[in-house]
Design a protein around this ligand. Structure first.
Ligand SMILES: *Cc1c(COP(=O)(O)O)cnc(C)c1O
Length: 310
């Protein structure tokens, strides 16, 4: 499954809101790299799976929220490569009515159908997930495992993300990517050419990201974060964002996810409308996938009586 055709296509974006702006905008369709291991999660898992096989590990353990793209991707990657998988999931209340959760939460349902075992923990325990004490308690409970960090971010993940851009992308001036933990954007920054700059769009509040990214980016300062388009925080959404995502899809045929790529594209379009880029700029936005999250978000939107994502 890994290592096959790995170069994804760049699709030009023709969108009415920016059609008179003399900016050329493309999206790299990483969402199409694999039917279930979406976008950047494929890139991030590739060398981790390779390393786990090299270490002759039989179990992958990782962490995530109940709608996490990374949880869905790791479950499938483990399934395909004959690993047992354990998902440490934030929210101990989910354990109390697991049958109902599995019926109503498409992410956990998918992971469960691909043999992932869940270990639900309280939010406070979840915050301890990187401590050696917490990891030791997991080893006591589950035996030995290959640990994939939250969001998959480690040096193996960065290496995979350094393969997103190819020679064909050297014609672009600006590369944009959505940010959760910062692993993907770090790999992209490491692989740009001298004439290129990177703008990262964090999907969550907080300024820890600058520091995280600097851990993985060594040689290059040609990047910045735009923190104006997180819409109030991780997985927060507004009607304006939903309307944008639906309009964007109907005009361009590109589906966007509500947590990451929807916010990034909203930001890019807004910046273009405000003439932030000089005429003739060639922008490549990375579609990091995450479309599995739409169904879960729609369940939530329905409850809130908000419009749904098409
Ligand atoms: C996980 C994810 C991201 C964030 O990637 P990081 O490497 O954690 O910054 C961005 N976009 C999508 C669609 C994702 O699923």
């Amino acid at each position: 499954m890994f290592g096959l055709s790995e170069e994804t296509k760049n699709q030009q974006v023709f969108f009415s809101e920016i059609e008179n702006k003399e900016i050329s905008l493309f999206m790299k369709r990483e969402d199409e790299i694999h039917p279930f291991i979406s976008g950047n999660k494929y890139r991030k898992l590739k060398y981790n799976i390779e390393e786990a096989l090299k270490q002759k590990q039989t179990t992958l353990l990782t962490f995530g929220g109940a709608y996490s793209n990374h949880i869905a991707a790791t479950a499938y990657a483990g399934f395909e490569n004959n690993f047992k998988t354990i998902g440490v999931i934030r929210g101990d209340e989910l354990a109390n009515n697991l049958d109902e959760v599995l019926q109503t939460n498409p992410t956990l349902k998918f992971a469960h159908e691909h043999n992932m075992d869940f270990h639900f923990v309280t939010r406070s325990a979840y915050r301890e997930k990187t401590t050696s004490k917490f990891i030791a308690s997991l080893k006591e409970k589950f035996g030995d495992f290959y640990l994939v960090p939250e969001g998959g971010t480690n040096t193996f993940a960065i290496k995979g993300c350094e393969e997103i851009l190819t020679e064909n992308d050297e014609k672009f001036d600006v590369i944009c990517g959505a940010i959760g933990t910062g692993g993907t954007i770090s790999g992209i920054i490491n692989s740009i050419k001298k004439h290129q700059t990177v703008i990262g769009f964090p999907a969550l509040k907080g300024d820890f990201l600058q520091h995280e990214i600097k851990k993985y980016v060594l040689k290059n300062n040609n990047w910045s974060l735009n923190t104006n388009y997180h819409f109030g925080g991780y997985a927060k959404i507004s009607e304006e964002l939903i309307t944008f995502i639906n309009k964007f899809k109907s005009e361009t045929n590109i589906p966007l996810d509500p947590v990451y790529t929807g916010k990034m594209m909203f930001g890019i379009v807004d910046l273009i409308k405000k003439n932030t880029f000089k005429k003739g700029t060639k922008i490549l936005a990375i579609h990091t996938g995450g479309l599995q999250g739409i169904e879960g978000m729609n369940t939530f939107l329905k409850k809130k009586k908000l419009p749904l994502i098409d």
